[in-house]
Ligand binder design. Structure first.
Ligand SMILES: [Zn+2]
Length: 160
């Protein structure tokens, strides 16, 4: 797999512009492999957060040669074929995870979940995988049909 394939398959590409108070504009692109879902938030909010404008009181402007007030705005977001959401493990609260998402006319469906269960004594990873509409729980060597338990969901995989 070459770099372009990997970018198209897995990376969310966020194209931004930084604009200084004197009107100088600098484009910038961020690639992210995971979309973080903050505690008490949702996948929908995490997607919306990608478009958030940000304002900075002092940021270096290379054209001015000094610190300036700057605004960062998002010009476009390109979504990959596979979208991966991550929920911080120790901050996890109750999320709602839709089995399907629509992002600018593109339909994504949830096809795999990695869960992390833990108590004071141990932590354990297991996975749920959806094959032809049927969910399977994969727990070490044990695989059985079972609907996913979202409470301990840690990584969620959607595909176009
Ligand atoms: Zn400037």
């Amino acid at each position: 797999m070459n770099e372009i394939d990997q970018k198209r398959l897995f990376n969310v590409v966020v194209n931004k512009n930084y604009s200084c108070s004197e009107g100088h504009i600098f484009p910038n692109t961020d690639l992210s492999f995971l979309i973080i879902v903050q505690p008490n938030s949702s996948i929908e909010n995490a997607l919306q957060d990608l478009y958030d404008e940000q304002n900075f009181d002092e940021l270096w402007c290379q054209e001015c040669g000094s610190l300036r007030k700057q605004a960062r705005y998002v010009s476009s977001v390109e979504f990959p074929q596979y979208l991966i959401f991550y929920t911080p493990k120790n901050k996890r609260t109750n999320f709602s995870f839709p089995e399907s998402l629509e992002i600018y006319g593109e339909a994504y469906s949830l096809y795999a979940i990695i869960c992390h269960k833990q108590n004071i004594l141990y932590g354990h990873y297991l996975a749920y995988v959806c094959l032809q509409g049927v969910w399977y729980k994969c727990d070490d060597s044990r695989v059985k049909k079972q609907a996913p338990d979202y409470k301990s969901a840690y990584l969620l995989f959607y595909q176009k």
